[in-house]
Ligand binder design. Structure first.
Ligand SMILES: *Cc1c(COP(=O)(O)O)cnc(C)c1O
Length: 231
């Protein structure tokens, strides 16, 4: 079943790439991150077997339990809000922290990376739609952090992450993704090493890819609905 779902998602990504009306600075491909949060580790193993290389988790503890079973396979992405007191664990666990969302957190991640002798790849998460219930840099805070990025010597900022509001009509997400792409282009013109733009989840990844995403984070379309009643 996962195999069929994967085929469907990959086809939709390819079709969305083909619909792009202009050449994008994010390249002509899009990487699939399989979001396995709230699913058992078997699901991670199944995904890896099918050749999915990137695994997305939103909680440190859950990722830690899964990585204990699958220590050296896959590239692990943190996609959920991280408390600064878990920065150390996150640096130890994740290949890419997509949800760097405050100056405070960047400082904590930088310090943890220094202690662990690691250069930590991060994305800056921007709250473009200013949703109160979501984290991420507000646009003005994002603009303010840019001149400070070089002070984090143990972090490598690789790009941006955007979550669009949940819209009944997915066309309504398009302006948010367009703005995400605009921010990406601006940042890329300013800094070396900016190449990743993570936008789009199950309900809106096709629009995100059309607008320039080169990472999509998909859970439900691959694995079905999450059961939040089980732990
Ligand atoms: C849960 C989650 C996803 C995946 O959501 P689906 O709708 O199941 O595809 C993607 N991105 C983030 C930040 C998430 O928290």
């Amino acid at each position: 079943m996962l195999k069929d779902n994967l085929h469907k998602v990959q086809t939709q990504i390819a079709e969305a790439l083909a619909r792009r009306t202009e050449i994008k600075l994010t390249g002509d491909g899009a990487t699939l991150v399989a979001v396995t949060k709230n699913h058992p580790v078997d699901v991670v193993l199944e995904a890896l077997e099918l050749g999915i290389a990137n695994i997305g988790e939103n909680r440190v503890q859950e990722a830690k339990e899964k990585r204990a079973v699958v220590p050296d396979r896959g590239s692990w992405h943190l996609i959920g809000h991280l408390q600064t007191n878990k920065a150390k664990q996150a640096v130890a666990l994740f290949d890419l922290i997509e949800s760097a969302d405050s100056e405070h957190l960047l400082a904590a991640l930088d310090k943890a990376a220094a202690q662990q002798g690691k250069v930590q790849d991060v994305l800056l998460q921007i709250n473009i739609a200013r949703e109160q219930q979501k984290t991420g840099f507000l646009p003005e805070d994002y603009t303010a952090i840019l001149p400070l990025l070089d002070t984090y010597q143990n972090l490598r900022v690789r790009g941006l992450m955007v979550i669009a509001p949940l819209c009944e009509n997915i066309e309504d997400t398009r302006p948010v993704f367009k703005e995400g792409y605009r921010c990406f282009c601006q940042l890329q013109a300013q800094r070396p090493g900016i190449e990743l733009l993570s936008m789009g989840m199950t309900h809106d990844f096709t629009v995100a890819v059309e607008e320039g995403a080169n990472i999509v984070r998909v859970g439900t379309a691959l694995f079905g609905k999450r059961d939040y009643t089980k732990k």
